[in-house]
Design a protein around this ligand. Structure first.
Ligand code: HEM
Length: 450
């Protein structure tokens, strides 16, 4: 810890172990810890994580400082180094922030309205194909199911139909091994000689070989008809008409899959759980589906008209944000509300804590999708009130894609089945980087009369 006169340092949460500080609670019961600090000190305060000061910034003022700070003041890169062995060298957090911004901009043509229309067809097809295996009735783990569906959708929309058709289960296994390398341990020791990290590195090689083979085949066939992210990245040309190197294409695709798949699966599961825990909001969603889709079917336009389902998802994002904390390294001292965050420390924003502030949301612990309805729009009471997809220049690039697929998943399930919750409670699992419902997280379903 360094920098700044101690008079200006944010208040420090007492307690904690020698050196480890509050690290144990931070990993085990993070939201309880952050909420207790918020109640005690308000929107700016610090704790100690393994010898390092981390300042928690919440509420509109704290979030504004967090999301508006330039990259040379608050930097994500230092905090996400554990992703480099998975995403690969020369992309994302392995390069300077300006270069990462440039690389992410290559992806924009894959997210145009024309493309999103195409993804509607793919998402519907993948979801229906998956649900065909559910039969007329049964019991499933909801989070496992949304994980499967979102992985099929991501494989097809990002990597292309060759991987999805011919090596989907091989890719799923490799993805699983890469995932095993994204742990808290990797945060501290990304290259420790552990079996999980060896599997991660082997899987990274194999994914690279797999995708290079597909790119070579597409180039040899002169095939540019695939409307997927791979096609977009292969078509990119810089100002000297040079294409992107294959390793950058592979790295960016992995970055996108990891940013979008678990997060979408978690929010999809939470949306369904919350709706079924609150049948008074499920009934209008069902009526809306009947009204808007029975004639038109699931199209880009009809999905946009599902405003009640959309508000339920937004309320899911508020109450159960898949990323409960976002981290930055403080590279230069940052002044917030008369306090100074010293260089060398960490800054933490927390969607999970900010979304429950009674100053922003009335009865913040209550599931009430109508808080986003015209006339109330509680998320507009302040800037950075709803930050489940981040904010500022690093705000999520895949939000529209994510919302679209979650809408399609629930549209498809609800039109086919009546669903009941099986577990007595559905609690967040804070042991993972993306916070979904703790498993088992079963639902029971039965086909609706047609
Ligand atoms: C429910 C699903 C999703 C949630 C909750 C979510 C959430 C977030 C959040 C909170 C951030 C900001 C991270 C930070 O500031 O440290 C972010 C960034 C990002 N997301 Fe998402 N995301 C989701 C889906 C997706 C999808 C589907 C994609 C890609 C297709 C995607 C791609 C990205 C990328 C590339 C960034 C980094 C942007 C940057 O640093 O400039 N996300 N996401």
């Amino acid at each position: 810890m360094n920098g700044g006169s101690s008079a200006h340092l944010p208040p420090l949460l007492p307690g904690g172990l020698p050196f480890l500080g509050h690290a144990f609670d931070f990993w085990n019961r993070p939201i309880e810890l952050l909420q207790s600090g918020q109640r005690r000190f308000g929107s700016i305060w610090s704790l100690v994580l393994a010898g390092q000061r981390a300042t928690v910034l919440t509420g509109p003022e704290g979030n504004e400082a967090f999301f508006r700070a330039p990259d040379d003041v608050l930097s994500a890169r230092e905090c996400y180094q554990f992703t480099i062995p998975v995403f690969g060298p020369g992309v994302a957090y392995d390069v300077a922030p300006a270069e990462m911004d440039r690389q992410l901009a290559f992806v924009h043509p894959a997210l145009t309205e024309r493309r999103l229309r195409r993804y509607v067809e793919i998402m519907v097809e993948e979801t229906n194909q998956y649900l065909a295996s559910w039969g007329d009735s049964g019991e499933r783990d909801l989070f496992s199911s949304t994980q499967d569906i979102t992985l099929f959708i991501a494989t097809r929309c990002l990597l292309g139909e060759e991987v999805r058709r011919h090596c989907s289960s091989q890719f799923a296994e490799l993805y699983h091994d890469l995932d095993g390398g994204m742990s808290i341990l990797a945060y501290f020791f990304p290259h420790a000689p552990l079996p999980a990290f060896r599997r991660r590195d082997r899987a990274r090689e194999a994914v690279s070989t797999l995708l290079s083979g597909i790119m070579t085949a597409r180039r040899q066939a002169g095939d540019t008809t695939h409307e997927d992210f791979l096609d977009t990245l292969m078509a990119y040309r810089d100002e000297r008409n040079a294409p992107l190197p294959d390793h950058v294409i592979v790295g960016l695709l992995l970055t996108l899959i990891f940013a979008g798949q678990h997060t979408s699966a978690a929010l999809a599961a939470w949306t369904g759980i919350l709706l079924h825990q609150h049948p008074q909001y499920l009934a209008p969603v069902r009526e809306e589906l009947k009204r808007e889709l029975d004639g038109a079917g699931v199209t880009y336009e009809s999905l946009k008209r599902l405003v009640r389902l959309e508000r339920a998802m937004k309320e899911g994002e508020r109450l159960r944000p898949p990323l409960v904390m976002l981290m930055r390294a403080v590279l230069q001292p940052l002044r917030v509300n008369g306090y100074e965050l010293p260089a060398g420390s960490l800054a933490v924003a927390s969607p999970a804590v900010s979304h429950r502030l009674p100053t922003l949301y009335s009865e913040p612990d209550r599931f009430d999708p109508d808080r986003f309805a015209p006339g109330r729009e509680e998320d507009r009471r302040a800037s950075y009130a709803l930050i489940g997809f981040g904010g500022g220049k690093h705000r999520c690039l895949g939000m529209v894609f994510a919302y679209q697929q979650i809408k399609i998943i629930w549209t498809s399930i609800l039109r086919r089945y009546d669903v009941e919750l099986v577990e007595a409670t559905y609690r967040p699992d804070y042991r993972t980087l993306v916070v979904g419902p703790r498993q088992p997280c079963r639902i029971r379903y039965k086909r609706r009369p047609s």
